[in-house]
Design a protein around this ligand. Structure first.
Ligand SMILES: *[C@@H]1O[C@H](CO)[C@@H](O)[C@H](O)[C@H]1NC(C)=O
Ligand SMILES: *[C@@H]1O[C@H](CO)[C@@H](O)[C@H](O)[C@H]1NC(C)=O
Ligand SMILES: *[C@@H]1O[C@H](CO)[C@@H](O)[C@H](O)[C@H]1NC(C)=O
Ligand SMILES: *[C@@H]1O[C@H](CO)[C@@H](O)[C@H](O)[C@H]1NC(C)=O
Ligand SMILES: *[C@@H]1O[C@H](CO)[C@@H](O)[C@H](O)[C@H]1NC(C)=O
Ligand SMILES: *[C@@H]1O[C@H](CO)[C@@H](O)[C@H](O)[C@H]1NC(C)=O
Ligand SMILES: *[C@@H]1O[C@H](CO)[C@@H](O)[C@H](O)[C@H]1NC(C)=O
Ligand SMILES: *[C@@H]1O[C@H](CO)[C@@H](O)[C@H](O)[C@H]1NC(C)=O
Ligand SMILES: *[C@@H]1O[C@H](CO)[C@@H](O)[C@H](O)[C@H]1NC(C)=O
Ligand SMILES: *[C@@H]1O[C@H](CO)[C@@H](O)[C@H](O)[C@H]1NC(C)=O
Ligand SMILES: *[C@@H]1O[C@H](CO)[C@@H](O)[C@H](O)[C@H]1NC(C)=O
Ligand SMILES: *[C@@H]1O[C@H](CO)[C@@H](O)[C@H](O)[C@H]1NC(C)=O
Length: 816
């Protein structure tokens, strides 16, 4: 529910950070001369295990190049010419990490192989007689996601290690990870990061481990520790050097232990996204060195202690819990070093005054998500210049406040659900035009936008009372959501006005408005569109031919308008398209077949399509076996048994819905080729003949409706066809067999299958299918997004809600 830039998934942030740093640095190879021959052959040996299928990054590591100090990623001491560091992060390397060859490099102290695709760590191939101790201080193997380590014994050779990072490596089977680290690594370890390693046990009742004494940084975030905070970390009585603790994104329970008070060097404490309860302890205010305190999304009760105002070093403060009550203490206004403040919770309330912000001159982002109201002078000039302001569920209105206009460097401004109903006409729209991301959804803002040109990259203005004609947009706009407003008239002003440069529009929703007239033939201007949502308006006429030029289109939703004519568009070149919903219109003629192959969802219900179901529908590639590729950041509706069910992105079903048309003839046998079809609705047509046997091959089918046709004969036996409700077959007087009444000639029972077995495996396959689809969706979004700056905020927030869902999902699974 609560979301902010301060809760961007940690893993993704790390990823972004690394992608944004310059790709790589090689050592300075200006000096002539050769490197040490032993070092050189050890490196070549290491290269033997490495695959580089998608890059050329180790091409400089050549037998012909004698000076290995000039090889990519290799650093040498300039006087001794011995190799001291190897940094090959994010070089698209795969295959095996041959650690033991690197151990032969006597002066190697730094080894970074993070963000690659290594799949194995080698064992002692041929090195058993050699000296395996090494001088490596820094070892980073993180983000090699396909690396599954069953053992950590190899750590025993790292007797000089100071920093170990195995984040994002699968250590699921390493049940004794804590003891391994404690036994195998030197007690002088300073940094340990095991974030997102699929660890399940934090050994809550273990009292003593020796490595924590010198440890400075401990990151165990994003694992599945379903227990209390561990005694080995928190019940130590103070002999600790620890400065950075990150245990966020786990399922940790219980209260913040008082022993923490003795960890006087603590600079960052991150406990967000857990299930910690009790109150937020007042003594936290005594941690004079604390700079980062994140307690977001826990189960804390009581009020926010005013002593937090004593944390004069604090730079970043995040607190939220649905059980916290009361107001924000005014002492928070003393935190002059604060750059980022997030406070949220359904039960928090109160009036915020100028005193709450009096010394916050360094504040850069302010995020409040609670029913706070504001008592600020209309001429108040805040001490800060924010670059991000989010006031969600606050009582900000009815008038958009003047003090926000004083913020001249805002990159994002969001005030969804904040009871604003009026804005200062031209002044407001000129102000907004300078802001990169604006979210004013779910207010009750009345304004006429017919003379306004919107300029922000990401715009959420949905669910307001905005009206007049549609606004124009500049070439900067990427995402525009105007749904659920009162815009009237034609869509031409928006679509047909000339934009100078090439535009960036990717997402356009003008659905649920009062728009009328025909869809204009101006789509050649908008070739970059991926999402086009114009449903639930009063649009009429035929679809214009220029829509065929929307070659990047992924989703087209035109349902619930009054569109008509033959659907003669040839969309077969729109190869990304997966979703088309043109139901509840007046389209006529034959079922459209010039569709791209990747379709996953096609809804034609409640039109006047007639004639047979074409046999070529089986060409939809993803319905016949390909992996699901995309998941949609919004909900959509799917009708079943007259009910409207809501599906969120990961519940997306592969659907064909041709119901309530005038289709005739038989059900095409080829329907059985769409092996991954999950929902099929052919009800309320004029279909005749028998249900083809091939339909029983559709083992993923979880919704079926064939009611109200003229189908006859026996319902095919198999898979789950018999488990559907009678109503799925009703209104076909000639149909018989389970689940309907027995046919006159009941077939030989030996031909039947074992129903209980079938049903079980069906359920399993559904369950499994959901898990796989979910994971694929998660990572496919995570992948490409990082390359596109403009999508960062939006998708991060989207991702963080997905992460929440993932947690719920895991919670449900582990509690079973
Ligand atoms: C070694 O090289 C680095 C970078 O080229 C340089 O900054 C440093 O001063 C050199 N050190 C010595 C001892 O020459
Ligand atoms: C093994 O290597 C370490 C460091 O590389 C060195 O200090 C030690 O003396 C070597 N031991 C033997 C027996 O060669
Ligand atoms: C290195 O690891 C091997 C295999 O685990 C072990 O036999 C050997 O004793 C280790 N050597 C050192 C110096 O820790
Ligand atoms: C791994 O951990 C080290 C030590 O904390 C850190 O410096 C490094 O940035 C981390 N690597 C990645 C890829 O985050
Ligand atoms: C964990 O061990 C089980 C049983 O040996 C194996 O099936 C599974 O693939 C292992 N998981 C990982 C991530 O290595
Ligand atoms: C806090 O959580 C612990 C562990 O889940 C539970 O035993 C305890 O009753 C909770 N306390 C409160 C006040 O909810
Ligand atoms: C810390 O804050 C509390 C409450 O605001 C106050 O009573 C106390 O004197 C402060 N302590 C210090 C050391 O400033
Ligand atoms: C918009 O930004 C420009 C350039 O940064 C600035 O000159 C102008 O005053 C800003 N306009 C408003 C209304 O903030
Ligand atoms: C829009 O601009 C036109 C021409 O300048 C003007 O006649 C009209 O009143 C304006 N409409 C609104 C709603 O401001
Ligand atoms: C589809 O693409 C092909 C190849 O680019 C082109 O020849 C054809 O005319 C296009 N069809 C339509 C309907 O745009
Ligand atoms: C059907 O399943 C039942 C219960 O699992 C079993 O007893 C029976 O042998 C099975 N029949 C066939 C034909 O497989
Ligand atoms: C905008 O606010 C709405 C809440 O009304 C929320 O659902 C949506 O996720 C927000 N968009 C962004 C990008 O934060």
């Amino acid at each position: 529910m609560l979301s902010s830039t301060s809760q961007i998934p940690i893993l993704c942030l790390l990823l972004l950070f690394l992608l944004s740093t310059t790709i790589f640095q090689t050592c300075n190879s200006a000096q002539p001369g050769n490197c040490n021959e032993k070092d050189r052959s050890a490196l070549l040996n290491f290269k033997l295990g490495v695959d580089t299928p998608s890059s050329n990054t180790l091409s400089s590591w050549s037998i012909n190049e004698k000076d290995c100090c000039s090889w990519k990623g290799v650093q040498c001491d300039n006087t001794t010419r011995r190799v001291t560091a190897l940094d090959l992060h994010q070089q698209y390397l795969e295959g095996e990490i041959n650690l033991y060859s690197l151990f032969q490099i006597q002066f190697l102290t730094y080894l970074d192989l993070s963000f690659n695709g290594f799949t194995a760590l080698n064992h002692l191939h041929g090195y058993s007689n050699n000296n395996l101790s090494n001088n490596i201080h820094y070892l980073d193997l993180s983000f090699n996601r396909d690396l599954h380590l069953d053992s950590l014994h190899w750590l025993s050779n790292f007797s000089s290690l100071k920093s170990l990072n195995l984040s994002q490596i699968n250590l699921q089977n390493q049940t004794n990870w804590l003891y391994s680290i404690d036994m195998l690594l030197p007690p002088s370890l300073l940094e340990l990061r095991l974030s997102s390693c699929h660890l399940t046990n934090i050994f809550p009742s273990t009292k003593h481990v020796s490595f924590t004494k010198s440890l400075v940084t401990l990151d165990l975030s994003a694992n599945y520790f379903d227990s209390e905070l561990p005694a080995w970390l928190f019940d130590r009585g103070g002999d600790m050097n620890i400065m950075h603790i990150d245990l966020s994104l786990n399922f940790l329970q219980g209260q913040i232990p008082k022993s923490l008070l003795s960890y006087s060097k603590l600079e960052s404490l991150r406990l967000s996204y857990n299930e910690l309860n009790g109150s937020i302890p007042g003594w936290l205010g005594q941690h004079q060195n604390l700079k980062y305190l994140s307690l977001v999304d826990n189960l804390f009760h009581g009020s926010i202690p005013s002593s937090l105002g004593n944390l004069s070093s604090l730079v970043d403060l995040g607190i939220s819990s649905e059980f916290l009550t009361g107001n924000i203490p005014t002492s928070i206004g003393k935190l002059f070093n604060l750059k980022s403040l997030f406070i949220g919770g359904n039960s928090l309330s109160g009036v915020l005054s100028e005193k709450h912000f009096s010394k916050l001159s360094n504040l850069e982002t302010l995020f409040l998500d609670a029913t706070f109201s504001f008592d600020l002078d209309s001429k108040w000039i805040p001490p800060f210049q924010l670059n991000g302001l989010i006031l969600s569920h606050t009582i900000l209105g009815p008038k958009f406040p003047a003090w926000i206009h004083t913020q001249r460097s805002l990159e994002y401004l969001e005030f969804p659900n904040s009871r604003v109903s009026s804005v200062d006409g031209d002044t407001f729209w000129r102000f907004v035009a300078n802001i990169t991301e604006i979210n004013m959804s779910h207010n009750n803002i009345s304004a006429d936008l017919s003379n306004v040109t919107l300029n922000s990259e990401i715009i959420f203005m949905n669910d307001n009372n905005l009206g007049g004609g549609l606004p124009r947009i500049s070439e900067n706009v990427v995402f525009l959501d105007l749904h659920a407003n009162s815009f009237a008239g034609s869509i031409s002003p928006l679509i047909c006005h000339k934009i100078g440069r090439e535009n960036s529009l990717d997402y356009l929703s003008i659905s649920y408005n009062l728009l009328t007239g025909e869809i204009p033939d101006c789509w050649e201007n908008w070739k970059g569109l991926s999402f086009l949502l114009m449903e639930s308006n009063m649009l009429t006429g035929e679809l214009p031919p220029s829509m065929e030029s929307l070659i990047d289109l992924l989703i087209l939703d035109l349902h619930n308008n009054s569109l008509s004519g033959d659907f003669s568009l040839d969309l077969s070149n729109l190869t990304n398209m997966e979703f088309i919903h043109i139901g509840e219109n007046n389209f006529s003629g034959a079922v459209p077949v010039k569709m791209p192959h990747g379709m996953e969802l096609m809804i034609l219900r409640s039109n006047k399509f007639e004639g047979p179901i074409p046999t070529c529908i089986n060409k939809f590639r993803s319905m016949d076996g390909a992996e699901k590729t995309t998941h949609y950041p919004f909900e959509f509706n799917l009708y079943f048994k007259g009910q409207e069910l809501e599906y969120h992105d990961y519940g997306l079903l592969r659907t064909l819905d041709f119901s309530a048309n005038s289709l005739s003839g038989n059900i095409a046998k080829e329907i059985g080729n769409m092996k991954n079809l999950e929902s099929l609705d052919l009800s309320q047509n004029k279909l005749v003949g028998e249900i083809p046997d091939t339909i029983s091959v559709l083992s993923f089918l979880s919704f079926l409706n064939l009611s109200n046709n003229n189908l006859v004969g026996q319902i095919p036996v198999g898979t789950q066809l018999q488990s559907f409700d009678i109503s799925c077959y009703a209104g076909n007087p000639g149909l018989c067999g389970a689940p309907l009444a027995v046919c006159y000639h009941e077939p030989n029972p030996d031909e039947g299958h074992n129903d209980t077995d079938k049903e079980d495996s069906f359920r399993q396959s559904l369950y499994f299918g959901m898990g796989v689809g979910f994971a694929v969706g998660f990572w496919s979004i995570c992948g490409p997004v990082f390359f596109n700056r403009t999508w960062r905020h939006t998708y991060f927030r989207f991702l963080s809600t997905i992460l929440d869902k993932l947690h719920e999902f895991v919670a449900v699974r582990s509690s079973n």
